[in-house]
Write a new protein. Sequence first.
Length: 354
Amino acid sequence: MLKIFQFIFLVLLVGCGSSQLKQTDSKDIPNGPAGVKGSVVTNGEDVSSVQTDEEVVMLKTALPILEFSNTDKVGAIMRFLASDELNGRDSGSPGIEKAAQYIEESLSSNHIQPYFLTYRDTLSNYEKPAYNIVGVLEGTDAVLKNEFIMIGAHYDHIGTKSPVDGDTIANGANDNASGTTTVLELMRYFGMARSNKRSLVFAFFSAEEKGLLGSKHMANRLKENGFNLYTMLNFEMVGVPMIDKDYLAYVSGFDKSNLAMICNRYANDNLVGFLPTAKEFNLFMRSDNYPFHSEFNVPSQTFSTFDFTNFDHYHKVGDEVSEMDFGHMAELINRFIPVIEGLANSSQKEIKYN
């Protein structure tokens, strides 16, 4: 009977949607993802203390990883990041500032520490004030924690365009609120589980749409500071599923490394595949993975589900939340959890360039 009660309690604790949880220091940011590790506050009242290691083990036993994220959690984040209120999240704009504050609150409420003195990494190569947002979860192993896995996505978009049927806002739901949401949900899981022997860096890049400026700035800064990067895993345009594929996502630079094979082994499924069009258009060089490849020469690649046939609103005002598939996104997030957990905990560096 006790086990049944504990199971129900843990389901209620983690399974409730972000609309049911309210953090006392939310700074009035709508629908901010609620922290699971640490105090959980419902209607302003503390209802639990910091989870013990035993509770975390029970949680992971009671709730399969495949059920961690869901459409409610994904939808809450997406509806804010791609809302008209953010006016297309152009770098240096008031709209992207709201997105930055939202991401900072999400990191803080999930007990992810700033990598730098604050969460903000100010771009040195862009004329307007613009910031990467960067958090770190230290690894649990005394040796492996000195190796870093970066999980990243750009959170900017292109702002506004000429009106189409009266709409001028390029909301950037797929590009790249979807990738940002994916990284936020992965961050929320690891912030709760604390199951990573290697350290995890969660990076949200600005000015990607200006020529990968945010990731170029950060890769250069980290390289100069002797950052020990194992691998960089980037998420870009993952809001809609591919059609007639026997894998869920493709990886840019598929034949450059063994990343897809390692991912599929940890997923115990054909999770990551090869998209010929991605090679044809050289997508490996067109997203935020590339500056880290250039600076560190370690496996740095991007996962995506945009295959040039399943989404007609690239850099258009039609890139709206209504076009997104939250179920697909939740599935992708859940299936990448054991992949990242495996990479973070393996005794050796398994991902290698060919």
